[in-house]
Design a protein around this ligand. Sequence first.
Ligand code: TYD
Ligand code: MG
Length: 548
Amino acid sequence: MRSRPARPSTARATSPAGSPSSTGSISPLRSAGTTRKPPALSTSRPAFAPNSAPQTSSSSRPDAGGPYTRRVPRTERGYRCSSCGWTTVAYVGRCPGCQAWNTLEPFAEAPRGTAASRRPGAAAPAASLVRLGDVEGDTAERHATAIPEFDRVLGGGIVPGSLILVGGDPGIGKSTLMLQAAASLARGGLRVACICGEESPRQVRMRAERLGVADAPVDLIADPSLDAALAAAESAGVDVLVVDSIQSVTVEGLESRAGGPAQLAEAGARLLAFAKGTGTATLVTGHVTKGGEVAGPKLLEHLVDVVLYFESAEGGVLRLLRAVKNRFGATDELGLFEMTGAGLQSVENASAAFLAPHAPGASGCAITAVIEGSRPLAVEVQALAVPSALAAPRRIAAGIEPARLHLLLAVLARRGGIPAGALDIVASVSGGLRLRDTSADLAICLALASAIHDRPLPAGTAFLGELALSGAVRPVHQANRRLAELARLGLRGAVVPAGTAAVEGLQLTRVASLADALERVGLSGLPVRAVPHHDALQQPQRGEQADQ
Ligand code: TYD
Ligand code: MG
């Protein structure tokens, strides 16, 4: 069995030495790391009392002649995998759920407050009924963070009493955004506290200095025990609580390690009870593991009010914050940030950030406009076609669904007369954006056609339209908003589906089919120039034309 995680030395930063308490300590950000030395590791703290469960260790397990014959002690309910949460009544060396070795740990009674902990037959107190019309409406004001893109994604600000999960890969900028938001809210007059489980107050202070918010009246709680930290936050009467991260806090009384599924689920339930019970807006960060493991914040998505995910373009400074669930605003809303030396900056002109400047006359580039959340965004589809050395040429797509790319290549071959069978195809979207709707079909097809023929598309022209398998160009929704955005960015023309209404400042070319569009941009009836490598080696022996 794994040993209980050691309590960091900062955990008792302001408590008198040796004074046992179940309330976490709060230290103001302004004093963190500057006036106090980190105290020595305290070992005098007793086990957390309220939810303590009988402790077991591997040495105390009854061992009756091998792992498969072990019996569950009377005080235990069974064994739970600390990695994936799989449970069994009998001990086994390898978890049948995730195949990890030696991860099963005994668990006793379920922690208090969960349904499982109620004794069968125990009479529950009767719940009360409330008439729908008597329920108070949404009169609470939102707390605006004054970070424009964060407020946009939240739907106008943080709703008091809401539980918000901010997920994303490690290092993407979750802690940075949380600290910037906490500082901004605190400067606005709210009482804000941060449970900093991942970093010491000294590290948070250094980050705050870098962000220029070290003077903000934010309180830090450096106790990894969630109950102690929540008790401290409640007694301090905080308006906004930040938990960074949920994987780093520990629910005492559970056997699994911090960040394990049992810990995450219980921590999520307690944070929800805290947020709803005290009316405190609670922001929680959570790491998404690369393999999408069960221990990620996916477990918490159904529990919380708002789920935001941080994404980044590969290697770029752009950060996309997307609302995948929002009980108080629009889902799929997108916030755009740039990671700078002084933290995350909101990107106001989002389209300009996505329209990468490219060499004039470059082939394979087609501009289109997509609707991301509530705003139109201009993006560029880029494609490259090279003769393939492989029998099965490669298709590499970034930001475009591979299945969609295959489909569009098929439509281009059959309806546009431009086959790409012997070519390696690379297609991507500028800025690292993932195309979600089909309105970019025409732009993708024309970028591919332009790349295959190595001829640029007309400069200053954008392309809108969904493609049917028949090659017909279908209308797109909110076409006028997309076209207005393109006109604002200085584009001069657009190839659009038939029936699209005129927009001031743009010369529209209405097309009914892909073949029609290819003809309008001068890409129809051209010979296919690229030659497959293996055919090029064989064709001269057969005396065939190399460019057909
Ligand atoms: P961080 O917020 O710690 O990520 P997370 O909490 O999601 O793990 O961000 C860490 C990255 O951001 C790190 O690579 C350094 C970079 N960074 C900046 O570029 N500028 C800054 O001002 C800050 C604070 C961080
Ligand atoms: Mg962090």
